[in-house]
Design a protein around this ligand. Structure first.
Ligand code: ADP
Length: 295
């Protein structure tokens, strides 16, 4: 369990995080989103014990991060937005190096590295890190965060700047890590992916938490379901149906916002000799919600 309470942080005179409180339970993925400069990276660094807040408290697995950052670091894997890797090293040596920092013995490190390379489909083929592709380097950085098998992962933009296939691979891998029981807090600009994998979403705006909850809770708060009804009509002069119609090819589409309007629209279509082709439910997307919240 991660419990953050009233965290604030200034850089010089500027307060970049104001009174942030939240909890995240084991085995959940919490997505932190917001426009550039909202404070996501600063918050993730505080959670990882890399920087201290000016006020507030933070416990991870019952350990006070501010009092005992070293103990927390052993339970935690942090991936920065742009991880600098040791370019001249070979991947196994690099993972060994970090495993040793965590006090693991050689046998454990090599076994764990083998599992991670397989899970991440990483085949460096004896290449030095500097000669690997961007996607492979990101996977190496992820393997490094997992070498000591931490329970908590703090990932800043894990899939950013990667080709769609690698980005998809990493998203699926995060789901797998959650299935293994890991707790993950991540920031991401790809809102579709956040929607897909996060159990909880927290939106930051200029250092404040504007909203926090599950996706259904956010949708409820920021908009309601709407139905798009697509239909064929025999005669275009009959186009007096409600809901703001628009045409695509020979199909008309009306949007309605309640089941009773949906029922009356579909019966109007059939009364006018038309045929309902399909009905689609639409929820506000995370992108629409973020745009609504503004900068
Ligand atoms: P995000 O990750 O949401 O883009 P950041 O946490 O990186 O936001 O930054 C939040 C604010 O803090 C920004 O205004 C940024 O310019 C400022 N900031 C971040 N790091 C520093 C720093 N080391 N010194 C001064 N200001 C900083």
């Amino acid at each position: 369990m991660i419990e953050a309470s009233h965290l604030s942080r200034r850089y010089g005179e500027v307060t970049v995080l104001h009174d942030i409180s939240f909890t995240c339970t084991e085995g959940q993925i919490l997505g932190i989103i917001g426009h550039n400069g909202a404070g996501k990276t600063t918050l993730l660094k505080i959670l990882s014990g890399l920087i201290k807040p000016d006020s507030g408290t933070l416990t991870i697995g019952g350990v006070d991060v501010l009092a005992d950052p070293m103990q927390v670091k052993c339970q935690l894997g942090y991936l920065s937005e742009e991880s600098r890797l040791y370019e001249t090293m070979l991947v196994p040596d690099y993972l060994r190096f970090f495993g040793e920092i965590y006090g693991l013995n050689r046998e454990t490190i090599d076994a764990r590295a083998g599992v991670l390379l397989t899970q991440l489909s990483l085949h460096p083929d004896g290449k030095r890190i500097g000669n690997l592709s961007k996607g492979m380097k990101r996977k190496v950085a992820i393997a490094r965060t997992l070498i000591h098998d931490p329970a908590i992962l703090i990932y800043d933009e894990p899939g950013s700047g990667l080709d769609p296939m690698t980005s998809r691979f990493i998203i699926d891998y995060l789901k797998e890590l959650r299935n293994q029981g890991k707790t993950i807090i991540l920031s991401a600009h790809n809102l579709n992916q956040v929607e897909e994998i996060c159990d909880l979403v927290m939106i930051l705006k200029r250092g404040d938490v504007v909203v926090r909850g599950t996706m259904p809770e956010l949708r409820e708060q920021f908009g309601s379901i709407r139905y798009e009804v697509w239909y064929l009509l025999p005669d275009e002069s009959l186009m007096t149906l409600p809901g703001g119609t628009e045409k695509s090819g020979n199909l008309w589409m009306s949007t309605v916002r309640s089941v009773s309007d949906l029922n009356s629209l579909t019966s109007d279509v059939t009364t006018n000799g038309g045929v309902v082709e399909r009905i689609e439910s639409r929820y506000p997307s995370l992108e629409e919600i973020l745009i609504k919240i503004g900068k």
